[in-house]
Design a protein around this ligand. Structure first.
Ligand SMILES: [Zn+2]
Length: 246
């Protein structure tokens, strides 16, 4: 593709991109807001699940502890009974040591139980708060999402048409040029390819272009950019041609 055709195609591509920008602009901050809310409710969901999981585990562990407590108490009773009947001091001491160990175990289990119970209180309180927050955020999210969907559907056909049109132009240009164009567009938040405007100024930043640049530009042998803003310059005849085509 000769430079002139490439410049023209790129300029046409940008015309479509600017229309797409306009559509997105109409949606304002809504897409970002919906995104933000989605993240928030996902996080809340995770936190609720974590608390619910803990509460479930706590119930299981409490049952286990009850069983263990029962078992330890029975063994203490058994050893206490046995101790009454022993004949030697050695046997007596051995049983006493076992009973002491079991009593220690009993204390440990009680401590664990108390710990679980106080954590359960905090966790259930947190879960209630989180669930309430989730419900509120979910309501806002749902309504904003519907609002956005309605807004998107209003311009859906238009958008689809532009995207197709964009594709048609983009296909004709090499990837390197496209990515260069996209980089400049990102950096300037708007136009990457601009005409020369009044008083020989760059149509992007309005700095005056050197006379040689203007002469070079007319030759259309390669791409020229503005020294100040880096935008690609497009000769006015292409701009006029494009305007006539529409
Ligand atoms: Zn410029």
């Amino acid at each position: 593709m000769v430079v002139k055709d490439k410049l023209k195609t790129l300029y046409q591509l940008q015309q479509v991109d600017l229309k797409l920008d306009g559509l997105l602009e109409e949606r304002g901050d809504l897409p970002a807001e919906v995104d933000e809310l989605e993240k928030k409710i996902t996080l809340l969901k995770t936190q609720i699940k974590e608390n619910d999981d803990y509460l479930k585990k706590a119930v299981v562990r409490k049952k286990e502890i009850d069983k263990e407590l029962d078992d330890v108490r029975k063994r203490i009773d058994k050893y206490t009974d046995m101790r009454i009947k022993v004949k030697t001091n050695r046997e007596y001491d051995a049983l006493s040591k076992q009973i002491d160990n079991l009593k220690e175990k009993l204390q440990e289990l009680h401590k664990e139980l108390e710990n679980i119970q106080s954590k359960e209180v905090v966790s259930s309180r947190d879960v209630d708060k989180l669930k309430q927050e989730y419900e509120e955020e979910e309501k806002v999210y749902s309504s904003k999402k519907v609002e956005l969907e309605e807004l998107v559907s209003l311009t859906h056909d238009e958008e689809k048409r532009y995207v197709k049109e964009r594709e048609k132009f983009a296909q004709k240009i090499d990837k390197q040029t496209i990515s260069r164009y996209e980089m400049i567009r990102k950096a300037t938040k708007g136009k990457a390819i601009v005409p020369v405007v009044r008083r020989n100024a760059c149509g992007g930043c309005y700095n005056v272009l050197p006379p040689q640049r203007l002469l070079d530009l007319r030759q259309m042998e390669k791409f020229f950019t503005c020294d100040h803003c880096g935008r690609i310059l497009v000769p006015n005849e292409i701009v006029e041609e494009t305007a006539r085509d529409v």
